[in-house]
Design a protein around this ligand. Structure first.
Ligand code: PEP
Ligand code: MG
Length: 566
């Protein structure tokens, strides 16, 4: 069994088609008829653009506009005036079209690859993809025709480039396996949009999986089984059928409003970790983003992202969401989210230490840089600001004062932003839940972060398996924290959402409906199933269940009871 990253749910059983890269090696020639050489290159570029436009048109029909944009971006690269000018210069100096194109593209690739910004790095992959496609046309090399793959094919490649993914015929491809990529790579986004089970970053997949052999791709678990035996084939066929039925049923909830059986309306948002995840939020039909965990923009790098880098990221997410709400949480580092370049002292109890809003309020430059980026991006969409780990009113007041001071700076610089931007608070500490009545008077909204709220209420580290038996949202103490928070929000007429994992737990749905939660923010693949869960209960049914739950005294009793009624 091979393991990788599960990026697109479902089970696929089929025959392996290896996409082996043909060598693009050539012997560089010196050319004398430079005009003919330039027109040879221009012909190849024109052919590439025509082919890509066709692919984009096809993609628009099968997966939608945003996926097609990935491909149309490639046309922009091929037609880039700088690229044309520089390649033509090199050809005029006697280089052949292949080597001129390669030299100029490689400059772009090395500049983009050196960037710390993930989006810019992704541009390097795009240029590489465009370069290879045009080189193939110049060299007359036939590509493996993914579009002609027979029914029941599992595509296996080192890397599946956007142009390869654009060739996929949804009905014929039952699985995708690659050696590179992650949840947010283009191939993952397209695989999800096409609903093809996919497992990426499987080490040595190309060497292990043989052309024509049978394999199973489990895109929910992130596993690939090479030449499965009869028992495995039977059990995975069964799983495939069950998932297929569930998915078909869930599809009936796409494009629908999120309403309970008695007609109350709810907002259903997504949690995201980078701007491209906003594409997934749209793909999965969410109504916006309830939590943008910005700390991911600060990770896997050696220094803080600049205001410009952050601005571009927030703006991109806002534009993708096309006016739907985008709640951006300010930097939440420390505890389970270390950031090596902060150079912080080692702490005895990092979960109780100098982290999140505490760190930001004491590091004005870093905080203000982020706030400037968020406020500037607010001119491009419906952005809200949210502070993590609030424990007392002073933190909220100080945070808001910093926002005001940044607003003043931007006004002086004549930079536009949303003057009425909302500022909310994450309720993820016991302290915040207990003073929710106080906080609600000065916050525009609450979002309950159950992942931490459980830990801070039960005094148990969310990552420590020795105390995981205590870590449950069904602990009566945690349920009371949630109930109280929602009630305080209601009394003060501010919306209360939940962005912790508990928001997607089907057993929690009736309780949350009955407490009066109005917004659910969940991971993208959970959107339709949460919409379905909400649709099952009338307010009255939810209230009856909740009343019984609140009369029970232990986590075990509550869990068992809920499992019998849901
Ligand atoms: C939470 O604590 O519930 C939450 C959503 O934040 P994170 O998981 O990022 O700590
Ligand atoms: Mg948290």
């Amino acid at each position: 069994m091979l393991k990788g990253i599960a990026v697109s749910n479902g089970v696929g059983i089929g025959r392996v088609l290896l996409i082996e890269e043909k060598s693009l090696k050539y012997i560089p020639k010196t050319v004398t008829d430079t005009d003919t050489e330039i027109s040879r290159l221009q012909c190849a570029i024109a052919k590439f653009c025509r082919k890509t436009e066709k692919q984009a048109e096809a993609l628009k029909k099968t997966t939608g506009e945003s996926e097609a944009e990935i491909i149309t971006g490639h046309i922009g690269i091929a037609k880039d005036p700088f690229l044309a000018e520089e390649t033509e210069k090199l050809i005029k100096n006697g280089q052949c079209a292949e080597s001129a194109l390669e030299s100029v593209c490689d400059i772009f690739i090395s500049v983009f690859s050196a960037s710390d910004d993930d989006l810019t790095k992704q541009r390097a992959a795009d240029v590489r993809d465009v370069k290879k496609s045009i080189l193939r046309l110049l060299l007359g090399i036939e590509e493996v025709k993914i579009s002609e793959a027979p029914k029941g094919t599992i595509l296996v490649a080192k890397e599946l480039t956007p142009s390869m993914t654009a060739e996929i015929v949804k009905e014929n491809i039952v699985g995708i396996v690659t050696e590179t990529g992650s949840t947010t790579s283009h191939s993952a986004i397209i695989a999800r949009a096409l609903e093809i089970p996919a497992v990426l970053s499987v080490p040595n997949a190309v060497d292990i999986l043989k052309n024509g052999s049978t394999a199973i791709v489990d895109g929910s678990e992130g596993i690939v089984i090479n030449t499965p035996d009869a028992a495995m084939l039977e059990s995975f066929s069964l799983k495939r059928e069950t998932l297929f039925k569930e998915r078909k049923e869930l599809e009936t909830f796409r494009g629908k409003k999120t309403v309970s059986a008695s007609g109350e309306k709810y907002e259903l948002f997504c949690n995201i970790g980078n701007p491209d995840d906003a594409l997934a939020a749209m793909e999965y039909d969410s109504e916006g983003v309830g939590l943008f965990r910005t700390e991911f923009l600060f990770m896997n790098r050696t220094s803080f992202p600049t205001e410009k880098e952050q601005f571009e990221a927030y703006k991109r997410a806002a534009l993708i969401l096309k006016g739907k709400p985008l709640t951006i949480r300010t930097l939440d580092i420390g505890g389970d989210k270390p950031l090596p370049y902060l150079g912080l002292q080692k702490e005895e109890n990092p979960f109780l230490g100098f982290r999140a809003i505490r760190y930001c309020l004491k590091n004005e430059n870093i905080f203000k840089t982020q706030l400037r980026a968020i406020l500037r991006a607010s001119a491009f969409g419906n952005i809200k600001i949210m502070f993590p780990l609030i424990t007392c009113i002073d933190e909220l007041r100080e945070g808001k004062a910093q926002v005001e001071s940044v607003k003043k700076e931007l006004r002086a610089e004549h930079i536009t932003f949303d003057e009425n931007i909302e500022i909310g608070v994450m309720i993820e500490t016991a302290a915040a839940a207990v003073i929710a009545d106080i906080l609600a008077k000065e916050a525009d909204f609450f979002s309950i972060g159950t992942n931490d709220l459980i830990g801070y209420t039960m005094a148990c580290d969310r990552g420590n398996s020795s105390v995981s038996y205590l870590y449950s949202v069904f602990q009566p103490s945690v349920l009371r924290m949630i109930k109280r928070t929602i009630e305080c929000g209601q009394k003060n007429h501010i919306p209360v959402g939940m962005c912790g994992e508990a928001a997607a737990n089907p057993l929690m749905i009736p309780l949350l409906i009955s407490f009066g939660l109005t917004e659910f923010s969940v991971s993208a693949p959970s959107v339709l199933s949460v919409r379905k869960s909400i649709s099952k209960f009338t307010k009255q049914q939810a209230e009856e269940i909740t009343q019984n739950v609140m009369n029970l005294t232990s986590e075990k009793e509550i869990d068992e009871y809920l499992k019998t009624v849901i």
